[in-house]
Design a protein around this ligand. Structure first.
Ligand code: UT7
Length: 336
């Protein structure tokens, strides 16, 4: 079995910015409430030609650049998304075309905010077994097209963006290695965050548009409770599975769901503030894109060195949740 490393990271956020002040003009909310309750100051929004696939392709190109991989070298493209360009075909197929990765297989993973971790787990196993050499795993969302801008409880949370990694076998003395990845789900909770209409069970109708059922419905309070305990469990589990303690972790890169959720989850775990990567103030919750964007920013800003232990964790609609623990390797592109 191959050891598998992250060989490159990349991210792309769209050009439009929605500030809390912008939202104050649309719904009954305030900058103060949003910052206090979520930690979010602004989020990005696609403009003009920007789409989920184009953000994905830009993020992928940057990750491939870092890994020194050409389009023709890519064997497989996995995109975690619930807001792809079309219901079908898969956004991964559009990315395959846009980056010219003509040899690659391509498919999407639908696991909402856990989509990147689900994709990472699959990609890891594909390279581990030797079936594929270069696998692109992307998390990408354009949720601003699916949120209800009349619902102050949810429209303040979400933003658009994409993050990507290239997975390869780790060779020689490169310490880079995915050490574990675990996936979980609880389908009994499928209506806590969902879009009720637009699938094959209930197709769009004039009535469903009037009731705004084609947009995200969120029971924020229910998710909040689940999120705090789940994030804590995901971190604890990752530590236990690898026989390590919290102080040995260089960085936790959590799903950027809500600053209060992240802080509450990490509080009882003896993690120091500098061990938890946060960028929610700039992007809000970008669902499947949040972990790979954060990982890319952490890497490019020079926070990670070869040998560092990193824990990734996320949860979202489904409900789904998952984690991964990795040892960082010799990845290009970090600011010195
Ligand atoms: O990645 C997975 C998807 N993410 C999530 O599901 C998010 C998880 N949940 C959360 O982040 C939080 O639950 C929210 C940020 C959504 C809400 O924060 P909260 O502290 O749980 O607030 P709440 O829902 O308990 O509402 C408290 C009050 C309510 O007013 P009353 O009933 O006490 O009078 C809400 O109506 O805050 C009100 N409220 C707002 N006020 C101003 C709700 N949204 C807003 C708002 N601005 N945007």
């Amino acid at each position: 079995m191959n050891r598998v490393k992250i060989a490159g990271t990349g991210s792309q956020v769209p050009s439009g910015v929605i500030t809390n002040a912008d939202l104050e003009k649309i719904v009954d909310t305030s900058d103060e409430w949003i910052v206090q309750r979520t930690g979010i100051r602004e989020r990005r929004q696609v403009q003009g030609e920007e789409t989920c696939s184009r953000l994905s392709s830009e993020a992928a190109r940057k990750a491939m650049d870092q890994a020194g991989v050409e389009s023709e070298d890519i064997d497989l493209i996995i995109v975690g998304t619930v807001s792809g360009d079309y219901p079908f075909p898969a956004t991964a197929c559009l990315v395959q075309d846009q980056i010219g990765a003509h040899r690659a297989g391509a498919f999407d993973v639908s696991a909402a905010c856990s989509g990147f971790l689900y994709g990472l787990s699959v990609g890891w196993r594909m390279v581990q077994t030797g079936a594929y050499k270069n696998v692109l795993v992307i998390g990408a969302e354009v949720l601003t097209k699916l949120v209800d801008f009349e619902d102050r409880g949810s429209c303040i949370l979400f933003g658009d963006g994409a993050g990507a990694v290239v997975l390869q076998a780790s060779e020689g003395d490169d310490q880079g290695e995915i050490l574990s990845a675990s996936l979980f789900a609880d389908g009994t909770q499928n209506e806590v965050i969902w879009i009720p209409v637009g699938g094959s069970r209930t197709t769009h109708s004039l009535e469903s548009f009037e009731n705004r059922e084609h947009l995200i419905q969120l029971d924020g309070r229910a998710v909040f409770k689940f999120a705090v305990s789940t994030m804590r469990e995901l971190i604890q589990r990752g530590l236990e599975e690898n026989g390590i303690t919290a102080d040995q972790l260089k960085l936790v890169v959590p799903h950027q769901v809500n600053l209060r959720i992240i802080e509450a989850a990490c509080k009882k775990l003896d993690l120091r503030e500098e061990q938890v990567f946060i960028n929610i103030e700039k992007y809000g919750n970008t669902s499947a894109a949040s972990v790979p964007i954060a990982l890319d920013e952490a890497h490019r800003s020079g926070l990670l060195e070869p040998g560092d232990l990193v824990l990734l964790c996320a949860f979202g609609a489904g409900l789904t949740w998952g984690n991964a623990v990795l040892r960082w390797g010799n990845v290009q592109g970090a600011k010195s």
